[in-house]
Design a protein. Structure first.
Lengths: 498, 279
């Protein structure tokens, strides 16, 4: 991330944004998971409270049902003729108890003993096999807790009347039963765990059954269905999170592979292009396939744009070169013009990288007369011919300048006197070969050459002045057409560069 | 306890004019129930006795009582206590039966005494099944000038599989037990019970009233006797109705009726009873 140059708007990297996106999504999923977990815990707690209340209700109802069942069985016994028969005559009571009573359906797995008591509360006959009932009834009818080392049951005693209107008490009936077992079997429990039932005992005390449920303790039945539901939910969420994570990673890979990398490559190459002015290559992706169409379009557009820019640049360079050529060449002679000479002079003067050099000035004798006598066409022909001869005589890297009219110049770099002399002679030789009679010129072309040998210790203008002085002397002489500057020649006016 | 019984008897008497249930203390000091339907003073009272181990609520008894009451007869239908105070239910065969025929006769006597105390005049005894046999036994043992007639519907002894030989063997065994003072209840097939548990003396008391003894007692009885028998009573031993006829007593047969003379034959029974009750 960096600050844009144009203002305060911020720019971001795609990689950072994609990473940030993945982290945000992951964080959201984590928050969602935590929230879901907390909600599950809340539901579990609420369910636990509800389950506890339901379990208490179950137990209370079960105790009430046991009470109703015991009382219903007691009523059946009290209204059973045979019970009254035994109270009237106990002679065969034990046989009746062991046979008839057990076959009566009044006993259950919870009621382990039933007995009859006379009106004084004395049992008709103790049951030696099931000593669950006391020989003497406690104080009156009702429920009693019989808790001892040998017994852990509840007792229930009820009156048995002779007459339907219950005026004549014949005796009592007594049940001994396992309350917890009776509660366990009286109904199905959905919330309370029957195996965990326990009871606060009140040794041999009368019990109010309506309050007994409060003394019955229990544990909650494991809610396997809900736990299973939570487990499935958690597993489902974990799978969803894993799937989302995989999707995120896959998305990150795809973004990195098909968006970040190409964009980064485009960015790097544009940056490199900016720095090196190189050309955007036609990418050769190692994968070779599976590019994003949009990025391919961008890249193709950039490439086409760069191609057009390059073409324009080349055209511009060609145009510039042409203009430069036109600006620095003389149209008639084809040699560099005075502008090129001045430019080269300034460049060389500014940073002179060479050693000794020779500055040569050429001038055509009687050119004005030729021009006047033979016409401008012949004059122009003389100029072009002269330029061609000189250019041919010069070395490959030497430049020929037409300074104006019939005056030419050249600069022989890293050149001593002998080398300059050789060039001068080649120039004279080339010019001497030319015959323009066929064009109407009936006189030879005579060339005057002034040469100034110089080194970096003197200024270029000084060297030019020396060459001008020498060329002037050569022009004044009919025999000596080549003059090398000498200080003795310092009698002629100076000419200055540019 | 006696005072309580008397209190209840008083209540029963006080409410008898409008009420239908009578509570009476029996000789065994147990309270017994009876249905009492007051009728016309100029007509005899009828005592209807239920069958073996049943109550006066048994539907045949109830039908007979209703028919006679509708005809203007005073009806008393007691329930034998069989050793159970305020007995309301038919006694199960498998119960331990300590009662005997003598106890039943004593209770019949108590109810007759009660009826006589109501100054109803002549009394007709009507029994159903073994109830008829018990009334016959009572009349054989008690001479009561107020009893003017016995009507025995579907009269039958307490049957024993195996006939007389089995009856003789069982009686001998019971006598031996009694003689040995062995009061341990015995369980035996008896009457309609597959397993009847009773004291030896109690069982023997009913066992002694074999078919032959019934016929003999009937023949010897001085009061008029009418037997009303179902024409299709499959509980009767073969030829029983004919043997009854041979006693010289009147036998009325309701064609197609079974042992309980119920269903479509209920009204024929009621008609026969009212006809026979007409003195």
């Amino acid at each position: 991330m960096r600050w844009g140059a144009a203002g305060m708007s911020r720019t971001y990297k795609v990689a950072h944004l994609s990473t940030l996106f993945i982290l945000v999504v992951a964080a959201l999923m984590l928050v969602l998971g935590i929230q879901m977990y907390l909600e599950m815990q809340g539901i579990r707690a609420e369910l636990g409270r509800s389950q506890a209340a339901s379990a208490r209700r179950e137990v209370t109802e079960a105790v009430a049902s046991v009470d109703q069942d015991i009382r219903r069985r007691a009523s059946r016994l009290a209204h059973w003729d045979e019970a009254r028969q035994q109270l009237a005559d106990r002679q065969y009571y034990m046989l009746w108890r062991d046979v008839r009573l057990r076959a009566s359906g009044l006993m259950t797995s919870s009621i382990d003993s039933i007995g009859l008591y006379d009106r004084a509360g004395r049992i008709l006959a103790p049951d030696k096999r099931h000593d669950a009932l006391p020989a003497k009834m406690p104080d009156g009818p009702g429920y009693y807790d019989r808790h001892s080392t040998d017994h852990d049951d509840l007792l229930f005693f009820f009156p048995i009347y002779a007459d339907p209107d219950q005026h004549i008490l014949m005796g009592y009936g007594g049940f001994s039963f396992d309350l917890l077992d009776a509660v366990r079997h009286i109904r199905q429990f959905s919330f309370a765990d029957p195996a965990s039932f326990s009871l606060d005992r009140l040794n041999n005390s009368r019990i109010d059954m309506t309050k007994l449920a409060g003394r019955l303790h229990f544990k909650l039945r494991p809610q396997r269905n809900f736990d299973q539901f939570l487990l499935v939910l958690q597993q489902g969420f974990a799978r969803l999170a894993s799937f989302a994570l995989v999707i995120l990673l896959l998305g990150a890979f795809l973004v990195h592979r098909f968006l970040v990398q190409p964009l980064r490559r485009i960015s790097d190459e544009l940056k490199g292009l900016h720095e090196t002015h190189s050309f955007i290559p036609q990418w050769a992706d190692p994968a070779g396939f599976f590019h994003l169409e949009e990025l391919e379009n961008v890249r193709r557009s950039l490439h086409e744009y760069q191609s057009r820019v390059t073409t324009l640049k080349q055209d511009l360079e060609r145009t510039n070169n042409l203009l430069f050529e036109q600006a620095h060449h003389d149209a008639l002679s084809g040699a560099y013009n005075r502008r090129a000479f001045d430019s080269d002079c300034q460049r060389l003067t500014k940073d002179w990288p060479f050693g000794q050099y020779a500055l040569l000035l050429f001038d055509c004798d009687r050119f004005k007369a030729i021009n006047d006598n033979y016409g401008h066409a012949v004059g122009d022909l003389v100029i072009s011919t002269l330029a061609a001869c000189l250019q041919q005589a010069l070395r490959a890297d030497d430049r020929l300048y037409r300074l104006g009219g019939d005056e030419f110049a050249t600069l022989l770099l890293d050149t001593d006197r002998e080398q300059a002399q050789a060039v001068v002679e080649r120039c004279l030789e080339q010019v001497g070969k030319e015959d323009l009679t066929q064009h109407g010129l009936r006189e030879p072309i005579v060339l005057s050459i002034g040469v100034a040998l110089a080194d970096p210790d003197i200024s270029f203008n000084e060297a030019l002045r020396h060459a001008d002085i020498a060329m002037y002397r050569a022009k004044q002489s009919d025999e000596r057409k080549v003059v090398f500057y000498d200080s003795e020649l310092e009698t002629t006016p100076q000419r200055k560069c540019g | 306890m006696i005072r309580q019984w008397l209190f209840l008897v008083g209540i029963a008497l006080a409410t008898s004019a409008s009420g239908r249930e009578i509570i009476l203390e029996m000789p065994n000091h147990l309270a017994a129930r009876a249905e009492y339907l007051a009728g016309a003073a100029d007509k005899p009272a009828v005592l209807i006795l239920h069958g073996f181990l049943q109550t006066h609520d048994f539907h045949t008894v109830h039908s007979m009582a209703e028919g006679l009451s509708d005809a203007g007869y005073t009806v008393l239908a007691p329930t034998l206590t069989l050793g159970i105070p305020y007995r309301e239910q038919s006694m199960a065969c498998e119960a331990i039966h300590g009662h005997s025929l003598q106890d039943d006769e004593a209770e019949i006597g108590s109810w007759l005494t009660w009826l006589e105390a109501k100054r109803h005049g002549p009394i007709i005894l009507v029994g159903h099944s073994t109830g008829s046999m018990e009334l016959l036994a009572y009349l054989s043992h008690h001479r009561d000038p107020r009893i003017v007639k016995l009507i025995g519907a579907s009269i039958i002894e307490a049957t024993l599989n195996g006939g007389e030989p089995a009856r003789t063997r069982l009686a001998t065994d019971l006598e031996r037990r009694i003689k040995a003072h062995d009061g341990t209840p015995v369980t035996h097939q008896f009457s309609y019970c597959g397993r009847y548990t009773s004291t030896p003396a109690g069982l023997l008391s009913y066992l002694r009233w074999s078919p032959e003894r019934i016929l003999e007692a009937a023949r010897a009885l001085r009061v008029p006797v009418t037997f009303i028998m179902g024409g299709s009573d499959d509980r009767l031993p073969s030829g029983w109705t004919e043997r009854l006829m041979q006693t010289g007593k009147k036998v009325r047969i309701i064609g197609g009726a079974g042992h309980f003379l119920d269903g479509e034959h209920e009204f024929e029974l009621q008609d026969a009873l009212t006809e026979e009750a007409r003195l």
